[in-house]
Design a protein around this ligand. Structure first.
Ligand code: GLY
Length: 369
């Protein structure tokens, strides 16, 4: 097992390892186990898929700790991050008289974690919550660092809060039940860490193609822990994304536009893969990035089964990007690579962004090629 201490304003530990779901009593922070001992309510938020696999097991564990468990199951997928779903859950908790001394447990992937985290941040002006990530994407990214959010019809994650969990427990054995699709989705974020911060990690990911090695619990623990360490290094210096933290958004500006244009039928990881390759090729074209990085990135993404092109018209992507929250007045902060393991924040006029990223303005077609 690896434990990473997250040094944010409200610090907490992330535990990563095989079989950790059976060690909750030892790994949860004392304030959580104490709440269980006094019979506090545990609002367990999960989705239909995860509930059928692990809902009962986790409920039982929490009951053994003394909690009164109240389970709320949301539909699987991005629709659960809607305003309606959020309001319904607030009422669910209010009806059951959940108080500030109770807590929320988020059992699931990024959608469940973001939604449950935003509920925790806002219900009664804030109650404690624990992240129990069940996907690779949630383990390496969304469960750590305190970004919580729901979506608006106008765009993804447009309403949210920075609100840290009190603990994160990642049992890598839960990854066994993920479909290949969902597993590789998380791999895009893992590759992102290699690109923005750590050449050695990138090389390791080239040597060990994770979708073929996912049963290797030691390797998975090591890789996830490295990603969480990187996230810690970044987030502890810039919790509220005034600067450095934006590096974690590499591939995400275009990625969010791809997701939105597909009506969220293209998953987050796949969209981020497309975004990373487009940003890298544009940076290479502009002489910002070392030659050949785009090709290397394309090779690894393809080996992992991730897409490197999209057919969405550039105009539609450009419009969706302009609605992104990373736009700051007339400027956008684009994350561009200089080489593998090193990215930087490039401020660009929004008027120039479309041409820079998507090629000649107004041209439609396959922009990632
Ligand atoms: N997912 C990007 C961040 O946490 O900042």
């Amino acid at each position: 097992m690896k434990t990473i201490h997250i040094n944010t304003i409200r610090p907490y530990d992330v535990h990563i390892g095989a079989g950790l779901m059976d060690q909750l009593a030892d790994l949860l922070p004392p304030k959580v186990t104490k709440a269980g001992l006094r019979g506090a309510k545990a609002v367990l938020i999960t989705d239909e898929n995860v509930d059928s696999l692990y809902g009962e097991r986790v409920s039982e564990k929490l009951e053994t700790l003394g909690f009164q468990v109240m389970k709320a199951v949301v539909p699987a997928g991005e629709t659960a991050k809607s305003g309606e779903a959020y309001l319904k859950l607030l009422s669910f908790m209010a009806d059951r008289h959940v108080s500030r001394s109770d807590m929320i447990f988020a059992l699931g992937g990024g959608v469940v974690g973001d939604l449950a985290g935003f509920l925790a941040a806002t219900f009664l002006r804030g109650i404690d919550f624990v992240q129990l990530p069940t996907t690779l994407l949630a383990a390496v990214d969304s469960s750590v660092g305190g970004k919580t959010a729901i979506n608006l019809p106008e765009g993804k994650n447009l309403v949210g809060a920075f609100y840290q969990p009190v603990g994160v427990i990642m049992d890598v054995r839960l990854l066994d039940t993920l479909s290949r699709e969902i597993f590789i989705d998380g791999c895009a974020e893992v590759i992102k860490y290699g690109m923005i911060w750590d050449r050695a990690l990138f090389d390791k990911l080239e040597r060990h193609v994770l979708p073929d090695k996912r049963q290797d619990e030691e390797l998975m623990t090591e890789i996830i822990a490295r990603c969480v360490e990187i996230k810690e290094e970044v987030v502890s210096q810039d919790e509220r994304e005034k600067g450095l933290r934006a590096l974690l958004n590499f591939g995400h500006t275009i990625g969010h536009a791809v997701e939105k244009n597909s009506g969220f039928s293209i998953s987050h990881g796949k969209a981020v893969a497309i975004g990373m390759i487009m940003a890298t090729k544009a940076a290479e074209q502009a002489g910002i990035c070392e030659k050949g990085v785009g090709q290397t990135l394309e090779r690894i993404l393809t080996a992992y089964g991730l897409p490197v092109t999209t057919d969405f018209p550039g105009r539609a992507l450009g419009e969706a990007m302009l609605a992104d929250k990373k736009i700051d007045g007339a400027k956008i902060h684009l994350i561009l690579p200089k080489k593998i393991g090193e990215c930087y924040i490039h401020d660009m006029k929004t008027a120039e962004m479309e041409t820079f990223l998507l090629g000649a303005e107004g041209t439609d077609g396959d922009y990632a090629k």
